[in-house]
Design a protein around this ligand. Structure first.
Ligand code: GUN
Length: 291
């Protein structure tokens, strides 16, 4: 079967972390989640991160702020967590309400506790290939999937569709790094790219992260390519319980028969994001213990 079971891979990563954490003596790692407002997707994501942390022995701290919170109040919370030695990682769930500037908020988090990897300095550390930096969780999860599934990127042509900081741009940087798990030749396509299907057809590995349901169609995929679908799109579906269903950026039914390996949505890249957040939190804990 050519399906990549991201859920199982994420469970493996989390189980390995749980057994390492169980062996720790003294205080356990800890992560603080800051959620502003009641955006339903954010409520659900933070709940899932909180639950996974608890399950594997990372102490979660959930801070829920009203969507009327001022920047000063939000920063005061972040400063308190930065100063608390019992807190190893801090995450501010995105999106924030429009009166708050996200990047300024991410940059308020201490670089050593920025387990989301969204701080400007951690972006810089990624460019400089600093192994002690934090890489944002979804791109790191894609690389982990490739590693664990024996998908080598060495010398391959990786076509990333989408240039967001959270996924496309960061994954492009990761895949082109020097190192045994990377060394790819990378092309980044986006909404303004001319001849996108022709470029995508030259890919050994396609990473679809453009945020449009079913964007990647069979005419964009060479037979035998690996297809990684990062999309999480809600499309209306009156027969579904919630009135919508989640689909990826790839037209799965049409593309799957062409691909040598493909991630489904849901159950592909999604679960890896939470697993890598836990991995980053444990990394922060270990780095802080030795600094
Ligand atoms: N919103 C959607 N994905 C993410 C993520 O990876 N981290 C944070 N902080 N917010 C998100």
């Amino acid at each position: 079967m050519n399906l990549i079971d991201g859920k199982r891979i994420a469970q493996d990563v989390v189980a390995e972390l749980a057994s390492e954490i169980a062996r720790l003596e003294g205080p356990k790692p800890s992560i603080a989640f800051i959620r502003v407002g009641e955006d339903p997707a954010s409520v659900s994501y933070v709940r899932s991160k909180n639950r996974t942390a608890e399950t594997i022995g990372i102490t979660p701290l959930l801070i829920e702020l009203p969507d009327t919170v001022t920047q000063e109040e939000l920063f005061a919370q972040v400063d308190k967590l930065n100063a608390d030695p019992a807190v190893n990682g801090i995450l501010i769930q995105s999106p924030l309400p429009s009166h708050l500037d996200e990047q300024t908020a991410f940059n308020r988090i201490s670089v050593e506790k920025d387990v989301d990897g969204f701080h400007t300095s951690n972006a810089g550390r990624l460019v400089q290939e600093d192994p002690d930096g934090f890489v944002s969780c979804t791109p790191a999860g894609i690389l982990e999937i490739c590693h664990r599934e024996g998908i080598s990127l060495e010398g391959k042509h990786v076509v990333v569709i989408g240039r967001s900081l959270i996924v496309g741009k960061t994954f492009a940087l990761l895949a082109m790094q020097k190192g045994p798990q990377a060394n790819a030749t990378v092309t980044v396509c986006h909404s303004r790219t001319r001849n996108l299907p022709e470029i995508a057809r030259t890919a050994d590995v396609i990473v679809a992260a453009i945020g449009r349901p079913g964007f990647v169609t069979p005419d964009m995929v060479r037979e035998g390519a690996v297809v990684i679908d990062v999309g999480i799109n809600r499309v209306e579906n009156p027969s579904a319980k919630r009135g919508y269903r989640i689909v990826g950026d790839v037209d799965f039914q049409a593309v799957a028969p062409l691909a040598s390996r493909i991630t489904p949505v849901p159950g592909g890249v999604g679960p890896m994001t939470v697993a890598m957040l836990m991995k980053n939190t444990f990394k922060a804990y270990k780095l802080q213990a030795t600094s």
